[in-house]
Design a protein around this ligand. Structure first.
Ligand SMILES: [Zn+2]
Length: 132
């Protein structure tokens, strides 16, 4: 526990207090926002960086790991399949197809989540803190 200064009456109070005990100034919102995640940052990660990075950022680790795995397995499959197609058309095209499905699946999934963050259908991070 640390002591902070009340922004209203400047008395020393606990940083866990919801209201200043002296003047009643509400502190909950300022405390909550200290570690708040940015909506714009989450959108940037979902639309540009990919690999589940926006879910890592927001703390949704299960979704993030699934997206990371699908992308990092799907991309090499896509490349290897594409190259193999020249020598082994059937096997190469199968790998290519599976790779495309995995990568495309994650891209569509991320696009939906990007849209849900943008339209505030996703309003909070995994800890329940509102996005700012
Ligand atoms: Zn106060």
């Amino acid at each position: 526990m640390a002591l902070i200064q009340c922004p209203e009456c400047h008395k020393e109070i606990s940083n866990h207090a919801l209201n200043c005990p002296a003047c009643g100034f509400p502190l909950q919102s300022t405390n909550l926002h200290s570690g708040a995640k940015k909506r714009s940052q989450a959108q940037f990660l979902a639309s540009v960086v990919g690999f589940g990075s926006h879910n890592f950022y927001l703390g949704f680790y299960l979704r993030a790991i699934i997206q990371l795995l699908l992308t990092s397995v799907g991309l090499p499959l896509l490349l290897i399949g594409g190259i193999l197609t020249f020598w082994f058309p059937l096997g190469g095209l199968s790998l290519l197809g599976v790779g495309i499905l995995m990568v495309l699946g994650v891209l569509i999934w991320q696009l939906i989540e990007w849209h849900r963050i943008k339209t505030q259908s996703i309003k909070k991070d995994a800890k329940g803190q509102p996005l700012v």
